[in-house]
Write a protein that binds this ligand. Structure first.
Ligand SMILES: Nc1nc2c(ncn2[C@@H]2O[C@H](COP(=O)(O)OP(=O)(O)OP(=O)(O)O)[C@@H](O)[C@H]2O)c(=O)[nH]1
Length: 349
């Protein structure tokens, strides 16, 4: 994802699964990132605090009707364009789908957005651990939504016991093989899993608008609450030898179970492709860009993989298998799949 692009995350889930709770949690724990929100009905979000924080413009809403049912995409496009304006200084946009929205349609709308400042940031499907079976019976399409999701948040685990939790995790693995599942209560997803918190570069000594979570931090200091327990892991991989592009693409296509995000730099042993390649994946979505290696910087593959219940050893072993042991005989065409994923203008014919 290039630096100026704003990730757009779609949060879906059936009625009452905990989407608004998750969204409120993100807003309170954004670590300084400015979050723009698109909702169908903002009644449940703490709009008063949003207004106090001067962030009203970071929220747009569709007062009636369902986002994914709007006949054409122009309304959503317009909302996203408003949030993506440079003056809004938004770092990440979250779309909360209404409980009955078709996430597929929303995801398509985001992916096909023509706004170059926006990048699809993944589909998060919130599932109610208590109501899971009942919801599946009422809405068999839930199975399809799970398969589409980049991350499944198994919410309300405070209301089930360990045996039920294990059964549900097995069932989710069966319904959506390989998709990371994050058991939580009260939507307490660590925001680092969903987006990067890059420190803002603005001059903090100057007067400026506070973000919502900065505003609430004072309040939280006075009202201590339970600490987040992080149910996700991250695995780092550092290797100086070049990677084999074809094997790396196989790895990215068939990622170890639980991997949700991958970010970092890689290099290859082909003389015509000796730049630094930057990789970003969110769920199954891959973005690749390239740039010359900074002067005096050693060539190094440095990847961070983030997900739920990762098997660190397996992740590192699978990545080690991507090392190109004989770059001299690696064929140029092994770069093709990777080049096809490049996020740069294609030469005109
Ligand atoms: N016990 C428990 N209750 C939760 C949890 N997460 C959310 N709730 C409660 O569940 C109810 C529904 O949560 P919401 O966040 O409003 O759910 P939603 O998905 O936004 O609901 P809709 O907007 O109707 O689709 C609220 O009363 C929440 O307080 C949880 O992890 N555990």
């Amino acid at each position: 994802m290039s630096k100026q692009q704003i990730p757009v995350i779609v949060v879906a889930g059936f009625l009452g699964s905990g989407k608004t709770t998750l969204l409120n949690h993100l807003l309170h724990n954004s670590h300084g990132a400015r979050i723009g929100v698109v909702v169908n009905d903002f009644g449940q979000v703490n709009i008063d605090a949003m207004l106090v924080a001067g962030q009203a413009d970071s929220m747009v809403s569709l007062s009636n009707g369902c986002l994914c049912c709007v006949a054409d995409t122009s309304e959503l496009d317009e909302m996203l364009d408003r949030l993506a304006r440079p003056q809004a200084r938004i770092d990440v946009i979250v779309i909360e789908a209404s409980g009955l929205a078709e996430p597929q349609t929303l995801v398509r709308m985001v992916v096909t957005s023509e706004n170059p400042r926006l990048a699809y940031g993944g589909l998060v499907e919130v599932v109610d651990a208590v109501e899971f079976e009942a919801t599946r019976q009422r809405h068999p399409e839930l199975d399809k939504h799970l398969r589409l999701a980049d991350l499944v948040v198994l919410n309300k685990v405070d209301r089930i016991d360990d045996t039920e939790r294990l059964l549900l995790l097995n069932e989710l693995e069966h319904l959506a093989p390989g998709t990371p599942v994050l058991p939580t209560s009260h939507g307490q997803v660590d925001t680092a899993l969903l987006f990067d918190h890059e420190p803002r570069t603005e001059d903090l000594s100057q007067p400026r608008q506070l973000t919502l979570d900065e505003l609430l931090r004072e309040h939280d200091a006075d009202h201590p609450h339970e600490h987040l327990h992080t149910a996700y892991d991250s695995v780092s991989f550092t290797e100086s030898a070049p990677l084999h592009p074809g094997r790396l693409m196989d790895f990215l296509r068939d990622r170890p179970t639980g991997v949700y995000r991958i970010k970092g730099f890689v290099h290859f042993g082909l003389p015509d492709h000796d730049q630094r390649f930057t990789l970003h994946t969110v769920g199954s979505h891959l973005q690749v860009s390239r740039s010359p290696w900074p002067r005096r910087e050693n060539r190094l593959n440095q990847l961070v993989l983030i997900g739920a219940e990762l098997d660190a050893e397996q992740v590192r072993r699978r990545l080690a298998e991507c090392v190109d042991t004989d770059p001299a005989s690696t064929e140029e065409r092994s770069m093709l799949r990777l080049l096809a994923a490049l996020d740069e203008p294609q030469p005109e014919n």
